[in-house]
Design a protein around this ligand. Structure first.
Ligand code: ADP
Ligand code: 5GP
Length: 197
């Protein structure tokens, strides 16, 4: 699970990391926010209306959902369960609220990383340089970042995305270690199988 302020570099790091980590599944979230230039429905997100999102909430389709920067974002249960059954590493780009919810539900098998820029000033520069959000949206994201950083101690790891290459390498290490995690059921199955004569 990767969290951190918008503009910290999560999408960029994920894009590089997945080239090196073997079988994985990127959890494509559903959101009511408008697509940015270049974003495609069903690739970065499933883009839906508020009505459709609320119908999914009522139907119990979400593992977790939250309101972030005034829009709904949620993780659907079904594809996650399927990917876990197939032994894939599931990668979540999720906010701090979503991290807390998923931790509660899938505790034994989660590994989490908080990703951020070296300083608030650098975050500001990157959000402006990305040129994908209006001034108002950027201001919202910066205010949010100040409260998100407060929750950094809830995460297993902290990666400071200063030099891109170094941050990518750090994330690859974490992803490879995450793959070695086993929940209680898997450990018991392993013990039973190992003891067989
Ligand atoms: P997030 O997914 O966390 O919102 P992005 O991956 O969109 O962040 O990155 C925000 C901006 O910062 C993008 O324009 C990206 O190209 C740039 N960026 C990412 N990592 C670095 C880095 N290490 N140094 C400089 N710019 C970076
Ligand atoms: P963005 O609009 O920049 O793509 O994402 C805004 C924030 O929403 C980021 O902090 C991102 O991690 C978070 N986010 C994306 N998908 C989900 C999700 O399914 N659930 C939750 N709780 N947060 C999400």
């Amino acid at each position: 699970m990767l969290s951190g302020p918008s503009g910290a570099g999560k999408s960029t790091l994920i894009r590089e990391m997945v080239k090196e980590i073997g079988p994985y599944f990127f959890s494509i979230s559903t959101t009511t926010r408008a697509p940015r230039a270049g974003e495609r429905d069903g690739v970065e997100y499933f883009f839906v209306t508020r009505e459709a999102f609320e119908a999914d909430i009522a139907a119990g389709h979400f593992l977790e959902y939250a309101t972030v920067h005034g829009n709904y974002y949620g993780t659907s249960i079904k594809p996650i369960t399927k990917a876990l059954e197939e032994g894939k590493l599931v990668v979540f780009d999720i906010d701090v609220q979503g991290h807390e919810s998923v931790r509660k539900r899938l505790n034994a098998i989660t590994t989490s990383v908080f990703i951020t820029t070296p300083t608030f000033e650098v975050l500001k520069t990157r959000l402006f340089a990305r040129q994908s959000d209006s001034l108002e949206v950027i201001e919202k994201r910066l205010t949010m970042a100040m409260s998100e950083i407060e929750r950094v101690d809830e995460f297993d790891f902290l990666i400071v995305n200063d030099t891109l290459d170094e941050a990518v390498q750090a994330l690859i290490h974490v992803a490879k270690a995450a793959r070695l995690r086993r929940d209680e059921t898997a450990l018991n199955a392993f013990k039973t199988q190992w003891r067989k004569l």
